[in-house]
Design a protein around this ligand. Structure first.
Ligand SMILES: [Cu+2]
Length: 91
């Protein structure tokens, strides 16, 4: 997961991509990770989706030219069966 985070950091240097970090409540195992990853990818607005069970966080970048709202992020996490407690965005 640490290595994946570094790749995400490097990817975030591209001009318009916004990096998003989501604190997720209720994750307990690898199946939680898979379910959340799948739902975040299904929005077609995210790339470099990475979910950390240790940190209870999902991180991803917005695909260039696409904006994903906080509401859409919360709904995707909810579809997977969890709750997004905090959303942090970085340019
Ligand atoms: Cu689980």
């Amino acid at each position: 997961m640490k290595i994946a985070s570094v790749f995400l950091l490097l990817a975030s240097f591209s001009v318009f991509a916004s990096k998003v970090e989501v604190d997720v409540k209720g994750m307990t195992c690898g199946m939680c990770v898979e379910a959340i990853t799948k739902e975040l990818k299904s929005t077609d607005k995210t790339e470099n989706v990475s979910v950390s069970l240790d940190d209870k966080k999902a991180t991803f970048a917005e695909i260039k030219g696409k904006k994903i709202s906080d509401h859409e992020v919360r709904e995707a996490i909810k579809r997977a069966g969890y709750e997004a407690t905090k959303i942090t965005r970085r340019q």
